[in-house]
Ligand binder design. Structure first.
Ligand code: ADP
Length: 492
């Protein structure tokens, strides 16, 4: 539970949540969470936990697992529904928290918090009706059916970029299906995650069913990955960390799901409505400051419309109002200095490789921008597919525009990366749209839509290096990951 240190600073101190109690890290260490728009402002203080804290959380979850699995699923669902109502009631405060710690705009934060509310409501309801199937037996007097059972203890590791929606889309199905949980939010944005946990606590989740421990991935995260009492791991984050997580966690046979990076293309064909194409690419590339695993980072544009598209997208980027998320501009700052540096490094690399900087390219450091991690929305043109700016995830508002000679080359370039998360095409040609859906190597394919933006009740996940390709998240698939099937032959 948060203790407000002083009303004026609005800095809150949080503890770990273990076995139903809010407790500091055993060794007493803490870390601060800064406001990306004003880094000297501390938003919250959290425990810098170590392995022992993480292990205590796992033990509490293991002890609570059977009781939770035995709780009738509609009762489990009712707690999620109540948590959803609590969050709805506190929505304005949650939006403010999310903006202050992550930096996104008020409108973006509003959408994300609403998503967390809706996800808890959705899985609260789904807890009533998830289940197995019945089949006709070859024997007489035999009932043949399947049941879905929880796995036991699920470890959830989440990133900072959607720090309420991603935890919600893991917590919802894990809890609805009867698993107990250990949860480590990203250190850059744990406050909104703690508020989700507070809501579940207030809604009456039994002690030990959910445990949250904050601190470094290398200790807390690694303990979750390697602890023998953990049965399943659901991770979202970078490909680099996800690959380590997968290797560590599968060593003793845990079920593992990792959703990781992307290098998402939007193909703009010669039949595209160009105003629409600019809006689709621009909002996909610069929304949430480009810090989405589904962000559009490659516009692959037919040379017949290339010049006109470039003119449009440069205008779009230059028209964006940048500022502190609380003032609800079009684009907020990067979440941290390190992320800003990451984008600037790729801007250097792209120029060295010979791409043309069409607009942006600089950190904003003057006047109102002096303190925050601000960067200009950036567009590179004349990019070719072998350049690093066309191959590697940047995780910032940096768009590469690649000219191509037609649909076939556009599709080939779209697939010419090691990632495959989300992809879109802007076209008025029905055949091309369907060819694209069939042949694009990605987990999400969209026509005349931006690469970002997901619905909560359908599966989400990637192919290639974007995912471990084990299970999908969200919707029914989210529940599949957290359950195993038992087949029953009941000869009466
Ligand atoms: P992001 O920058 O989006 O947070 P990362 O991939 O760096 O992406 O981290 C995602 C999550 O994984 C974070 O909660 C982070 O603390 C955690 N993490 C980092 N390293 C490890 C690790 N070795 N084992 C487990 N979790 C880790």
């Amino acid at each position: 539970m948060a203790d407000s240190q002083s009303a004026s600073s609005a800095t809150e101190t949080y503890h770990n949540y273990i076995d139903g109690a809010w407790v500091p890290a055993d060794a007493g260490a803490t870390f601060e969470v800064a406001n990306p728009a004003a880094p000297s402002e501390t938003v919250a203080v959290f425990p810098e936990s170590d392995r022992e804290d993480a292990a205590a959380a796992v033990e509490a979850a293991a002890a609570a697992a059977q009781g939770w699995a035995d709780t009738p699923a509609p009762q489990r669902g009712a707690i999620l529904q109540d948590a959803s109502h609590i969050l709805k009631h506190k929505k304005a405060e949650l939006v403010e928290t999310l903006v202050r710690e992550e930096g996104k705009t008020r409108a973006e934060a509003d959408g994300e918090v609403q998503r967390a509310i809706d996800i808890f409501a959705y899985y609260g309801q789904r807890a009533r009706d998830f289940g197995g199937t019945t089949a006709q037996s070859s024997g007489t007097g035999t009932n043949l059916y399947t049941v879905r059972e929880p796995l036991g203890v699920a470890a959830l590791i989440t990133p900072w970029n959607y720090p309420s929606a991603i935890p919600a889309w893991k917590l919802g199905p894990a809890l609805a299906t009867g698993n107990s949980v250990v949860f480590k939010p990203a250190s850059a944005a744990p406050t909104i995650a703690a508020k989700l946990v507070e809501a579940l606590d207030e809604a009456g989740l039994p002690d030990g069913v959910l445990n949250m421990v904050t601190g470094p991935g290398k200790t807390v995260g690694d303990e979750f990955m390697s602890n023998g009492l953990v049965d399943a791991v659901s991770f979202t984050g970078s490909s680099k960390v996800g690959e380590i997580v997968y290797e560590t966690a599968t060593e003793d046979g845990k079920r593992v799901q990792c959703e990781m990076g992307g290098k998402n293309p939007t193909v703009v064909t010669d039949s595209a409505d160009l105003d629409r194409a600019v809006e689709i690419v621009g909002s996909g590339a610069f929304g949430v400051t480009g810090q989405a695993c589904t962000a559009c980072s490659r516009a692959i544009v037919d040379e017949a419309v290339y010049d006109e598209f470039v003119e449009g997208i440069v205008d779009y980027a230059e028209s964006l109002e940048i500022g502190p998320g609380l003032e609800d501009p079009d684009m907020g700052p990067h979440v941290s200095e390190a992320e800003l540096e990451g984008s600037l490094e790729y801007i250097d690399i792209a120029q060295t490789e010979g791409a043309t900087l069409a607009t942006g390219g600089e950190a904003l450091t003057e006047g109102a921008y002096a303190e925050g991690h601000y960067i200009e929305p950036t567009v590179f043109t004349d990019v070719t597919s072998e350049m690093r700016i066309a191959q590697e995830e940047v995780f910032g508002p940096v768009l590469a525009v690649l000219p191509v000679s037609g649909f076939e080359e556009g599709l080939a370039v779209a697939n010419d990366v090691e990632y495959g998360l989300s992809a879109s095409i802007v076209t008025q040609n029905h055949t091309e749209a369907n060819e694209f859906i069939d042949r694009i190597e990605s987990g999400v394919a969209k026509v005349n839509e931006k690469t970002t933006g997901l619905e909560l009740h359908v599966p989400f996940g990637g192919v290639k290096r974007s995912s471990t390709n084990t299970y999908r998240e969200q919707g029914e698939d989210g529940m599949e990951f957290f359950t195993q099937t038992k087949t029953v032959y009941d000869n009466y």
